[in-house]
Design a protein around this ligand. Sequence first.
Ligand code: HEC
Length: 180
Amino acid sequence: MAIKWMMAALGLGLAGAALAQDAPMFGGDEDQAYAEKLWQAMVEQNLAGEGAIMSFPYPGTDPHGMMLETFYARATIDGHDGALVVKRNYGPEGVTVDQVLGMPGEHLGALTVMFRREAGYDAETGDWFYAKYLPDGSLDQNPNGVALAGLVGKNAEAGCIACHQNAGENYLFTTEAEMR
Ligand code: HEC
């Protein structure tokens, strides 16, 4: 009732109702807290934050970035050990390898991460947890202000899972490895 009234008051009408119904299944408190632990685990392994190790960046495209780095690692979160894939996304368009290597901090746009959670987290999509961080470790948000952490883009037309489900059984574009 209250929500209906608020939407009417805001003049959202039917379009607003449709939006509310499609409210995403990610980005809540639990997902945000989990993403924070994951960020800490990455910082501890020097995969994120100041002093992060570098690899040789390679050219990429939308939506990830004009130059990319990908790291395959593992992390333990709440006692669960799982595969961790970290992608660093650099820009802007036209940025060169030398610029990225010389001043990575100046060119880093975001870190997009996949972590394989415990079996049963979301068996249907391979139990991957998704997160998109800004370089300072805070979570990026979608246009509706929802934090990009958890099952982002599940049953949706856009978003991490909507696209990564096209990558094959393991949900990874860059490797055929199972990565459990
Ligand atoms: C429109 C499609 C698309 C969307 C949306 C997308 N990705 Fe990707 N992602 C890709 C492609 C293509 C690659 C391979 C890029 C490369 O060449 O390294 C990739 C690579 C990755 C990788 C490296 C592992 C792999 O798959 O090879 C991670 C981690 C990742 N994406 C995370 C995310 C997260 C987190 C989101 C959501 C915030 C997201 N992606 C949204 C297409 C997408």
